[in-house]
Write a protein that binds this ligand. Structure first.
Ligand code: SAM
Length: 286
C-alpha cells in the first residue's frame, strides 16, 4: 500500500468527487429519517495543504485552489449554489474561517459534516497512519466508527444498513492492477443485499478500455439507475499526472443529472490544464 492521498488532496479529481458527494449527502438530509454512510477507502480524513506532502505536488492549486484562491474569479451564483454543501464542509474544516483556509476535508470530514444526530458514518481504512489520523479526528464523535478492515470486505460486512437508507463511497487507490476490472464483481453482491443504496464509485481515466468495461459490466447487472460523469482536464498525453477521472453513481438523487449538467461545464473550464479539457454526463435507467 504505497498510495498516500495527502499528495493529491484537493486536486481536480477530489473537487469532482467531493462536490458530488456533498450534493448526494445534501439530498439524503431532505428526509428526517436516519441515513448511514460507508466510506470503504476513507483516507486520512482531513489534509493540511500547507503540509509537506501537499506542498511536494502542489496538485491542490489546480483543484480547490482554482475555485477558492483569493485571486480566482467567483463562480456564477447558480454554480455557487451547487458548490455550497462542499464549500460548507471546507469552511467547517477551517474553524469556520472562510478566507483563511489551509485544511482540506477528505470524504470522511465531508460526510461527518453532513451527519445529523440520527445519522451514522462508517470509515474503513487499511493504512495504519491514515487510520490513526481518522481515529484522532473522530475520537469524540460517537456517530463515526473507524474500522481496520479491507474496504471490499467492509462492502460485505456492513450491508444492508440498519437504517435501510444511505450512501456508499467506493474510492480505492487502484494500486492493484485489476482493481477496476474486479469492481463490478465486488459490487454485485453488495447491491443484492442493499438494492436502494446510493453508491458513488470514483475511477481514474487512465485506461479507456478498463473504464468502458466497468460501465458495461455495471449496466449488465441490470435494472440499475446509473449516472456517469467524466471530467478531463486536458493534460497532454505524454505529460505526467492524471488527466481525467469519472464517477459512476448508482441510485443518484433525481436532481443530480440536472445539477451535473450545469456543474460539469464550469468544472471543465475552471480546472482545465490544457486545450482539450472536456466533460460528459450520461444517465441510464433514470
Ligand atoms: N476517500 C478519500 C477521500 O476522498 O478523501 C481518499 C481515499 S484514497 C483515494 C484511498 C485510500 O484507500 C488510501 O488512504 C489507502 O490507504 C486506502 N486503502 C488502500 N487499500 C485499501 C483497502 N483494501 N481497504 C481499505 N482502505 C484501503
Amino acid at each position: 500500500m504505497n498510495y498516500r492521498h495527502a499528495y493529491h488532496a484537493g486536486n481536480f479529481a477530489d473537487v469532482l468527487k467531493h462536490v458530488v458527494l456533498a450534493l448526494c449527502l445534501q439530498h439524503l438530509r431532505l428526509k428526517d429519517t436516519p441515513f448511514r454512510v460507508l466510506d470503504t477507502h476513507a483516507g486520512a480524513g482531513l489534509f493540511d495543504l500547507d503540509g509537506i506532502e501537499a506542498g511536494k505536488t502542489g496538485e491542490w492549486r489546480d483543484g480547490v485552489g482554482r475555485i477558492l484562491a483569493a485571486d480566482a474569479p467567483p463562480p456564477p451564483p447558480a454554480i455557487i449554489d451547487l458548490l455550497a454543501p462542499w464549500l460548507a464542509a471546507i469552511v467547517a474544516s477551517n474553524d469556520g474561517v472562510a478566507d483563511q483556509w489551509h485544511r482540506y476535508p477528505g470524504s470522511p470530514a465531508i460526510a461527518a459534516h453532513a451527519l445529523r444526530p440520527q445519522d451514522k458514518l462508517v470509515l474503513s481504512e487499511l493504512h495504519p497512519s491514515d487510520r490513526n489520523s481518522l481515529s484522532a479526528l473522530f475520537r469524540r464523535d460517537e456517530a463515526v466508527k473507524v474500522v481496520e478492515l479491507d474496504g471490499w470486505m467492509a462492502l460485505r460486512s456492513f450491508l444492508p444498513f440498519p437504517e435501510r437508507r444511505g450512501l456508499i463511497l467506493i474510492d480505492p487507490p487502484y494500486e492493484e492492477r485489476d482493481e477496476l476490472v474486479r469492481l463490478p464483481g465486488r459490487l454485485a453482491p453488495a447491491l443484492k443485499r442493499f438494492a436502494n443504496a446510493m453508491v458513488i464509485i470514483w475511477y481514474p481515466a487512465k485506461s479507456p478500455d478498463a473504464v468502458e468495461h466497468l460501465h458495461r459490466e455495471v449496466q449488465a447487472l441490470g435494472g440499475l439507475k446509473i449516472l456517469r460523469a467524466d471530467l478531463s482536464v486536458g493534460i497532454a498525453g505524454d505529460a505526467p499526472g492524471l488527466s481525467g477521472c469519472g464517477l459512476l453513481i448508482i441510485n443518484p438523487p433525481w436532481t443530480l443529472p440536472g445539477q451535473l449538467r450545469q456543474l460539469m461545464p464550469f468544472l471543465a473550464e475552471r480546472l482545465a490544464q490544457g486545450p482539450d479539457a472536456s466533460w460528459k454526463v450520461e444517465a441510464f435507467g433514470i
